[in-house]
Design a protein around this ligand. Structure first.
Ligand SMILES: *[C@@H]1O[C@H](CO)[C@@H](O)[C@H](O)[C@H]1NC(C)=O
Ligand SMILES: *[C@@H]1O[C@H](CO)[C@@H](O)[C@H](O)[C@H]1NC(C)=O
Ligand SMILES: *[C@@H]1O[C@H](CO)[C@@H](O)[C@H](O)[C@H]1NC(C)=O
Ligand SMILES: *[C@@H]1O[C@H](CO)[C@@H](O)[C@H](O)[C@H]1NC(C)=O
Ligand SMILES: *[C@@H]1O[C@H](CO)[C@@H](O)[C@H](O)[C@H]1NC(C)=O
Ligand SMILES: *[C@@H]1O[C@H](CO)[C@@H](O)[C@H](O)[C@H]1NC(C)=O
Ligand SMILES: *[C@@H]1O[C@H](CO)[C@@H](O)[C@H](O)[C@H]1NC(C)=O
Ligand SMILES: *[C@@H]1O[C@H](CO)[C@@H](O)[C@H](O)[C@H]1NC(C)=O
Ligand SMILES: *[C@@H]1O[C@H](CO)[C@@H](O)[C@H](O)[C@H]1NC(C)=O
Length: 351
């Protein structure tokens, strides 16, 4: 029989909340698709200073009024180099575009939060897989070396190596690509930053163990062969096909996904970050997502945190909007999925 406190934690009744919780602030990734192409004309910097949506004000609101402390800031590789047709082993960051992205990063950091720099390319550049017919590992390492150099002195920046790899010809080869990025980051002197390691199946939490991501990514190491601050990056949507495109949810996926994942992480003594999840403004999603995040908060020994998808450039017409609504007086009001699930499950979770 289990000691009573394990039973309680397992049921999500009593536990500390995860260290990190927050929301994705999308916009610099707009125009990207799952083939790794990017129409840069569609990128929408979520900053009023750049004549865009008020991502900075949203983050300040989330941090001040909701106690959220982590934001994920997606951007495409193409945007960072301002070239959506060509990348080489020596492509440099475009000063203007990186400068705009850095404005969002600084706006995030100014709230006191941790901020995930997320390259939103699905393991690809223009429909070709990195290290497997597309840009070389050296090209990807060069990108990360430049990015890590910019933030090497600030461990509040979390490096999200890649958004949602999928349909990889060879997962073992992809793991070498991830290792190349990690090595490049660490060599800049950014030795203590958290790095998020992305597996296949769109970083799907449900198949993380069964489809090889867990085993392969477990081999990725720091310069000293340790795995300190190397965190598995997982995503999970709760709609019928797990795509995050429907407003209704069908499961909290606690039993088939998060319980076995937590058990794996405990045994392996590793941690994971749920960097995308969400749901529509519906009874089914308010029920399921709150149950999912209650479980994640209750297992904060292995889950570092979570980020809802998404606010930033999305308006209220977006199916999974987590964008707060701005009143005439400038105050923000949260949508129910944020109030009840992203924020509420932490308030209900007491140590
Ligand atoms: C590249 O961006 C331009 C606009 O900046 C767009 O017209 C074009 O479709 C994009 N190309 C690709 C392959 O996405
Ligand atoms: C992209 O890079 C290629 C090769 O260097 C260059 O010919 C092209 O002009 C660049 N495109 C843009 C929009 O800078
Ligand atoms: C990192 O360096 C930049 C520029 O040199 C500086 O503005 C910033 O305050 C530094 N951040 C930290 C956390 O030391
Ligand atoms: C497992 O990964 C492979 C390669 O990325 C992919 O083709 C396949 O669809 C995945 N299987 C499942 C069940 O997701
Ligand atoms: C995948 O790539 C590895 C080397 O990275 C190679 O040893 C292995 O044979 C490849 N697997 C398949 C199925 O091609
Ligand atoms: C890597 O993934 C492949 C494909 O799913 C799998 O066959 C292999 O066992 C995995 N490697 C490790 C070390 O887990
Ligand atoms: C890391 O492990 C590799 C392979 O086992 C070994 O060659 C290398 O010397 C190790 N590096 C350090 C710093 O321990
Ligand atoms: C606006 O928000 C601030 C800070 O939360 C609060 O003190 C103030 O009462 C709010 N104003 C209105 C009109 O709701
Ligand atoms: C969410 O749904 C409820 C119930 O249908 C509705 O009253 C409310 O206006 C919706 N809120 C948003 C922000 O869409």
């Amino acid at each position: 029989m289990l000691p009573f406190w394990i039973t309680l934690a397992g049921a999500g009744l009593a536990s500390a909340a995860t260290k990190f919780a927050g929301v994705n602030i999308a916009g610099f990734d707009f125009g990207a698709d799952t083939t790794g192409t990017a129409n840069l004309a569609s990128a929408l910097p979520p900053l009023t200073a750049l004549n865009g949506p008020d991502g900075g004000g949203q983050m300040a609101h989330f941090a001040t009024n909701d106690g959220l402390n982590m934001f994920r800031l997606p951007v495409t590789w193409q945007y960072l180099i301002n070239n959506n047709s060509t990348v080489t082993d020596t492509s440099t960051l475009d000063a203007t575009n990186f400068g705009k992205y850095d404005m969002l990063m600084q706006s995030c950091l100014s709230t006191g939060a941790n901020c995930i720099l997320n390259v939103h390319n699905y393991a690809r550049f223009n429909n070709k897989v990195i290290g497997q017919g597309g840009p070389t590992d050296a090209a990807f390492a060069n990108l990360w070396s430049q990015l890590a150099t910019k933030y090497a002195n600030n461990t509040k920046v979390i490096f999200g190596v890649m958004n949602e790899p999928h349909d990889l010809p060879n997962l073992s080869t992809w793991t070498k690509t991830v290792q190349a990025a990690v090595t490049a980051i660490r060599k800049t002197g950014a030795t203590n930053h958290m790095i998020l390691l992305p597996g296949t199946d769109f970083s799907g939490a449900q198949t993380f163990i069964s489809n090889g991501s867990a085993g392969n990514l477990s081999t990725v190491v720091n310069l000293d062969n340790s795995t300190t601050n190397l965190i598995f990056d997982v995503h999970k949507y709760l709609d019928s096909d797990g795509s995050g495109t429907h407003t209704d949810c069908v499961s909290n996926h606690v039993t088939d996904t998060f319980t076995p994942l937590a058990a794996f992480l405990k045994t392996a003594q590793r941690t994971a970050m749920l960097s995308e999840t969400g749901g529509g403004n519906t009874t089914s999603c308010l029920t399921d997502l709150c149950q999912t995040l209650t479980f994640i908060n209750a297992n904060s020994d292995v889950f570092m945190g979570y980020a809802g998808w998404a606010a930033g450039g999305f308006d209220q017409t977006y199916a999974l909007a987590e964008t707060p609504i701005k009143a005439a007086n400038g105050n923000y009001t949260d949508v129910p999925i944020v109030t009840q699930c992203i924020v509420g499950t932490r308030k209900n979770s007491t140590a």
